[in-house]
Design a binder for this molecule. Structure first.
Ligand code: HEM
Length: 422
């Protein structure tokens, strides 16, 4: 490298790789990088390559509207082998992405399907809650993961024997829990994904050979018969991966349900506000849970050519991180960002790029999460049902460790003496 290039790109040689600090510091890593930066972006290195982090409304538009930021090489293997699956929609660009994404949007943003899932989940909660009143201690995270597993499989048209609910729940939770660590949680996540993919691949093969039938019009039916941009059925493995990309994140809403339980404990007045405000307040409450609590720290793409953002160059091959958690806590965008205040969202829908815990931009055109409507609906519904219960919070560890990704209250939120409210 000649001296002129070194001068133009001084960070290329100076920045030490930050992959291990990121894994060790979790949600604290990126805020600490911002603190050491005066400019509009953090410059660093991750996984041996140059990386920049950007945030703010202009950065959201840049990240989602700049076609030269692509996804195919952005996610490390360990994340694909656990969280998303190899060949997932998350890794596609251009027409391949457009065609695959249209399937997700049709299935997940259709209001009738969202309501059907909401009523299945509501019924699953009611059945489970009847048993909680027998004096047992209930771990809110575990119970909501179980009932979401049962409900999403039923809604999607996937056969799930009652005897297998616990095992399947454990696998779906493990895939999320272990993606950002190098320890035993990661091994569990890989094994869980392998098991789940193999089971679904067998099912897909049976349906495609006519040995079994998928309910016509069901989610299972749509994914199994989905044709890619080349007009052909997607292969069996990718079909299993994409079915899991509907089941797994729906069960991951249990992380937010545990946070909702945490919020009701920390700000007890919210219980009354939820009971009085009903579904409308519950929607605002769900938005605030998604904004306030940490889940996805950032999303990543790769600059295919040299790009510029706010006057700063980003060289080709650089990993571009959009800081979701930082955006949702930015004091320039939010009044008292560290307060928990659903009032920010009462009586209105957040602007497209205002609240971005599940990505920004347009979900149909870009990579924004297509499951956001489902998340808000289910989280609102379950928060309201939780607020309508009477329970005691026994002594427990409710700390939320920020060095762990994904994090949640350590106890999982334990409820005791559960009774129905008035
Ligand atoms: C637990 C709550 C959830 C969180 C925190 C979450 C978060 C996210 C984030 C950050 C992205 C990436 C956006 C980007 O790359 O720009 C994403 C994408 C995605 N999410 Fe979610 N999500 C959640 C729930 C759901 C649900 C319930 C579903 C399906 C039922 C879902 C399905 C997907 C899919 C298929 C993608 C890939 C979209 C694409 O690459 O075009 N998610 N989600």
């Amino acid at each position: 490298m000649n001296a002129l290039r070194l001068l133009k790109n001084p960070m290329r040689v100076r920045e030490p790789d930050q992959t291990l600090p990121l894994l060790a510091d979790g949600y604290r890593w990126l805020p600490a990088q911002w603190e050491q930066t005066d400019g509009p972006m953090v410059r660093t290195r991750l996984m041996g390559r140059p990386a920049v982090a950007v945030r703010g409304p202009e950065a959201v538009r840049f990240f989602y509207e700049e076609p030269r930021i692509e996804r195919h090489d952005a996610l490390p293997g360990p994340v694909l082998s656990t969280l998303f699956g190899h060949g997932a929609v998350h890794t596609l660009d251009g027409r391949d992405h457009q065609v695959r994404k249209a399937m997700f949007v049709d299935l997940l943003k259709d209001p009738d399907r969202v309501e059907a899932l909401a009523s299945t989940v509501g019924a699953a909660w009611d059945t489970a809650a009847e048993q909680w009143t027998d004096g047992r201690r209930v771990v809110l995270f575990d119970e909501s993961a179980r009932l979401l597993t049962r409900a999403v499989c039923r809604w999607a048209g996937l056969p799930l024997d009652a005897s297998r609910v616990d095992d399947v729940t454990r696998d779906l939770v493990a895939m999320v829990d272990g993606f950002a660590t190098a320890g035993p949680r990661h091994i569990r996540a890989r094994r869980a994904r392998r098991r789940a993919e193999q089971g679904l691949m067998r099912l897909v093969t049976r349906i495609r050979t006519g040995e079994r039938k998928a309910d016509p019009g069901s989610v299972l039916d749509a994914v199994v018969h989905h044709q890619g941009a080349d007009g052909l059925l997607i292969d069996t493995h990718t079909t299993a991966v994409e079915l899991l990309n509907i089941l797994r994140p729906t069960v991951a809403i249990s992380w937010f349900v545990a946070f909702a339980g945490h919020a009701l404990h920390e700000w007890p007045d919210q219980k009354r506000l939820l009971r009085e405000g009903g579904e409308e307040y519950a929607r605002a409450f769900a938005h605030e849970v998604r904004r306030h609590y940490p889940f996805a720290p950032f999303v990543a793409g790769v600059a295919q050519e040299e790009l510029h953002h706010r006057g700063e160059p980003i060289e080709a091959g650089t990993l571009v991180l959009l800081d979701l958690y930082g955006h949702d806590h930015d004091a320039e965008l939010w009044v008292r960002p560290d307060d928990f205040d659903p009032g920010r969202f009462t009586g209105r829908t957040p602007e497209r790029d205002e609240l971005i815990p599940q990505g920004g931009g347009d979900a149909s055109a870009g990579h924004r999460c297509p499951g956001e409507d489902i998340t808000v609906r289910l989280l609102g519904l379950l928060s309201l049902r939780l607020a309508r219960l009477e329970y005691r919070m026994p002594a427990q560890d409710l700390r939320i460790p920020l060095e762990r990704i994904p994090t949640r209250p350590k106890s999982g939120v334990v409820l005791g003496d559960v009774r129905y409210g008035d």
